[in-house]
Design a protein around this ligand. Structure first.
Ligand code: COS
Length: 389
């Protein structure tokens, strides 16, 4: 089935976005990936996405990308469409962008050349290592440290909930370089998989399976060139990266919600009950109406956040869109959870049967309300911004 593309007519998008959305809507349903093993499937999705050229939207043109700069609206279209068809395909795409985003923003020419073209081809798998067992929402409280050693660095500590953990070729890792300086004492590093000081073997199983692991750094030696961006500038770099990708998490949630509505409409038209179809009942019509409005509200906030960032980049204004991205992420993920729950309820017993699309969506959506800043963190960000304005 082809994803609906009517929203591409909205003025947030230009013709290049419309062409991208139409092409992708034709490509995605034709892909066949056995997702029973999430690690194998994720690698396969990266291969397919790389070969088809879609990963080129994760890096800028100077490094083999499709557009001059990371384009938030293109990312939104890609994630929304991929998530409609396969949340795991969306995950594989998104992690290539999130994992390499800090290199795009702050990498030296040599770092960009070494990693970004390979990410765009799907030859290197990327990961973003920020969270720790005792530092999730409070990212600045991280304990992993990087100390000067042998002309380079030595990392010690632990990162957890790391997407692509143990299948990534490199990890953009954030560590304390000044323990007393809070968020102003964090630096980013590029850690290649295979470094003998890195153990990524502890996998984490979750309700919607995708590659996830804990990383342990034990005197993990890095050359000086592994430092990414300014010394002690890592927290801002992490936040700037999240500013780009949070709006795209909203888009992934939107894709899942649109799929749930699609399934609910299809099912309600087919299901016979009391001499009519489920869709003939006013109760069903009211639910479908509520679902559609929740989806459109999420869509408008998501497209606004993406458009604002692209517009700010194009004009060179460099305006932060943290609050708008937070509004999009919070609203789209929370609304999608409600829409998917309503679609599942409409399916009755079938809704909880393993193998039904709404059943897997119900599990897929849940973590989006938590990762890349939980709903409560988004509320905090928005609240602070309102109070400061
Ligand atoms: N862009 C640029 N700079 C930013 C920024 C952004 N989006 N957000 C914060 N900063 C800067 C601030 O300007 C401040 O700079 P100064 O030190 O020069 O004043 C600094 O970073 C610290 O900001 P703040 O005081 O707001 O930091 P807090 O420790 O209060 O943390 C939250 C803010 C909670 C918003 C942050 O820790 C966060 O986003 N947490 C969630 C992390 C997350 O998403 N984890 C999931 C990991 S990926 S799955």
């Amino acid at each position: 089935m082809r994803a609906d593309t009517r929203h591409l007519a909205l003025p947030f998008f230009d013709d290049a976005h419309r062409a991208l959305g139409e092409q992708l809507a034709g490509w995605a349903p034709a892909q066949q990936v056995d997702e029973s093993d999430d690690r194998r499937a994720c690698r396969q999705w990266v291969r397919l996405l790389g070969d088809a050229g879609w990963l080129r939207y994760c890096v800028p043109a100077s490094a083999g990308g499709a557009m001059d700069k990371l384009d938030s609206r293109a990312l939104v279209i890609l994630r929304e469409t991929l998530a409609f068809h396969s949340p795991l395909a969306d995950f594989a795409f998104a992690m290539q962008g999130l994992g390499s985003g800090a290199i795009t923003l702050a990498g030296t020419p040599a770092q960009q050349a070494a990693y970004l073209p390979a990410v765009a081809r799907g030859d290197k798998i990327a990961a973003f290592a920020l969270s720790e067992p005792d530092a999730g929402s409070d990212a600045g409280a991280m304990a992993t440290s990087a100390d000067a050693a042998d002309g380079g660095w030595a990392l010690n500590g632990c990162k957890t909930w790391i997407s692509n953990g143990d299948i990534a070729d490199f990890y953009v890792t954030f560590a304390k370089t000044d323990r007393e300086a809070g968020t102003r004492g964090i630096t980013a590093f590029i850690v290649d998989a295979g470094n003998p000081g890195l153990d990524s073997s502890e996998h984490i199983a979750v309700m919607a399976p995708h590659p996830l692991a804990t990383l342990k750094f034990a005197h993990c030696k890095l050359p000086g060139e592994a430092q990414l961006g300014a010394l002690n500038g890592g927290f801002k770099l992490a936040m700037q990266t999240l500013d780009i990708f949070r709006a795209s998490v909203a888009a992934a949630a939107l894709g899942m919600a649109r799929r749930a509505l699609f399934e609910a409409v299809r099912f309600s038209r087919e299901r016979k009950m009391f001499g009519q179809t489920l869709a003939d009942f006013q109760l069903t019509q009211a639910k479908i109406g509520e679902m559609a409005a929740l989806i459109d509200a999420a869509a408008l906030l998501t497209y606004r956040a993406a458009w604002l960032r692209d517009d700010s980049e194009a004009s060179g204004a460099g305006k932060r869109i943290t609050a708008e991205a937070a509004m999009a992420k919070m609203t789209a993920t929370e609304n999608a959870q409600r829409v998917i729950d309503m679609a599942l309820q409409m399916h009755g017993g079938l809704g909880v049967k393993v193998g039904t699309k709404v059943e897997s969506l119900y599990r897929d959506i849940r973590s989006l309300r938590i990762y890349e800043g939980a709903t409560e963190v988004q509320q905090l960000i928005i609240g602070k911004a309102v109070l400061q304005s």
